[in-house]
Design a protein around this ligand. Structure first.
Ligand code: URA
Length: 433
């Protein structure tokens, strides 16, 4: 077998065998296959696509390229949650404590942000003292003790995905259903939970900008999960505008805390309760998603979710006083308002432009090595459907570098469109698979 034949076969529309896919993944991780050949194959896959069997094989080859976590030492049905990536998506910080407060063990590994999408690990690190790197034993015993732990993905999980994702990111080969499904599901299966909830984002701030593609991705990932013996549910949710009002690490943690206090924006509150409901259902605590949602709502109203967040922060070394005193978060020294240039209704807010603008403030990374400014980001005052008067602030841009904030302001202003007609607010939950 040789790599050139595999590239030619896929280029010409052939179907790769299990042996060929394993040869590629193993060889690439072992650095026996160079980037240029891996890039050529990825581009061939991008254009010729992979069928279901090839996608399953790719997922498995990537899953077993590194360690698989054994969570059997944790009592109960462990439920994981994954978002395909969006702007302002802080749902894990709300959903995980709510589900844990309802008795569903959460042993979760999360990623950092890259490009215009954020990552849960960066957000958690905005809490002074919070540790996202725990020893395996500490991770498991914390979940047994308080029902929740969220840590950064270890270096030994799916090394094939780490290498391939970095290569896809710079070779125009990210937006392919099979490559995305294999990338996400290889990590989720290796991370060891019994059940998985997938939040598949749909809209201009997501990899899939239309419902048909997002649903196809959701279906493919569910099939991979079920074939591997994991109960898997995919929810297709809106990413046509940023989620909630806060974009940026500290800003998003504050919004998550406010949501757990019952004061969150409508969209993030609705999405969090629906996703938590599905997790509670998969965790075997109730018989339907709807009953799960009611249970999640009770945990929100009673404050049990907020209490769970506090004990989670305390256990991982964070300063729990942040929950009541937001001045303890890193502070931005520069702030700039984007004002409405006319009166009317906010017609659209490009999630992608806001994500890019937030990245420009310093809140996100352009390369893996970049440090993030935990205080930087964008706070949106007016969402789609809201009335706005000329001169009113649409959003505030935060940062610690005047030039970066000025660039971000220009980018963020382009995100908004204003119209005389009041548009319908986008539906948050589009489909559950
Ligand atoms: N998230 C991932 O982990 N992988 C992809 O390919 C896309 C989104």
């Amino acid at each position: 077998m040789n790599m050139n034949d595999i590239i030619l076969k896929k280029r010409d529309g052939g179907k790769l065998t299990q042996a060929e896919i394993q040869y590629f993944v193993k060889g690439y991780v072992a650095e026996e296959i160079p980037d240029y050949q891996a890039s050529a194959l990825l581009m061939a896959i991008y254009f010729q696509k992979m069928d279901k069997e090839e996608t399953f094989e790719l997922t498995n080859a990537m899953r077993y390229s590194g360690d698989n976590i054994d969570l059997s030492g944790i009592k109960g049905i462990k439920v994981d949650k994954h978002s395909t990536g969006g702007v302002g998506d802080k749902t894990t910080l709300i959903v995980a404590p709510l589900a844990a407060a309802c008795g569903v063990p959460i042993a979760k590994m999360s990623g950092r942000g890259l490009g215009f999408t954020g990552g849960t690990v960066d957000k958690l690190e905005a809490i002074p003292g919070f540790q996202t790197a725990l020893e395996a034993g500490q991770f498991l015993s914390q979940v047994n003790e308080i029902g929740i732990s969220v840590i950064g993905q270890t270096a030994h999980i799916t090394p094939a995905d780490k290498k391939l994702y970095a290569l896809r990111d710079v070779t125009g080969t990210v937006e392919n259903l099979s490559l995305i499904a294999a990338s996400i599901m290889s990590k989720k299966l290796a991370a060891g939970s019994d059940a998985i909830v997938l939040d598949v984002k749909c809209g201009n701030g997501a990899f899939m900008d239309n419902l048909a593609d997002a649903a196809a991705l959701g279906r493919m990932m569910c099939e991979i999960g079920v074939a591997a013996g994991r109960r898997t549910v995919a929810a297709i949710t809106d990413m046509s505008q940023p989620l909630g009002q806060a974009v940026g690490n500290s800003l998003e943690i504050i919004e998550a805390i406010e949501t757990l206090k019952g004061n969150g924006p409508e969209d993030i509150t609705e999405l969090s309760l629906r996703l938590a409901g599905i997790m509670i259902y998969l965790g075997g605590r109730v018989k339907t998603h709807a009953e799960g949602q009611i249970m999640a709502q009770q945990a929100l109203v009673s404050g049990a979710g907020l209490e769970k967040l506090k004990s989670f922060i305390a256990k991982q070394g964070g300063d729990t006083a942040v929950v009541d005193d937001y001045s303890r978060f890193p502070r931005a020294s520069v702030k700039k308002d984007i004002v409405a240039w006319e009166s009317g209704f906010v017609h659209g807010i490009s999630a992608k432009s806001i994500g890019l603008a937030s990245q420009h403030t310093g809140a996100g990374r352009a390369t893996k090595e970049d440090a993030v400014d935990l205080a930087a980001g964008i706070y949106i005052h007016k969402k789609v459907g809201d009335r706005v008067y000329k001169g009113e602030s649409l959003a505030t841009v935060y940062g610690n570098n005047k030039n970066k904030v000025a660039n971000a302001e220009k980018e963020a202003a382009k995100a908004f469109s204003i119209n005389r007609e009041k548009p319908d607010r986008p539906e948050m939950m589009k489909e559950i698979l």
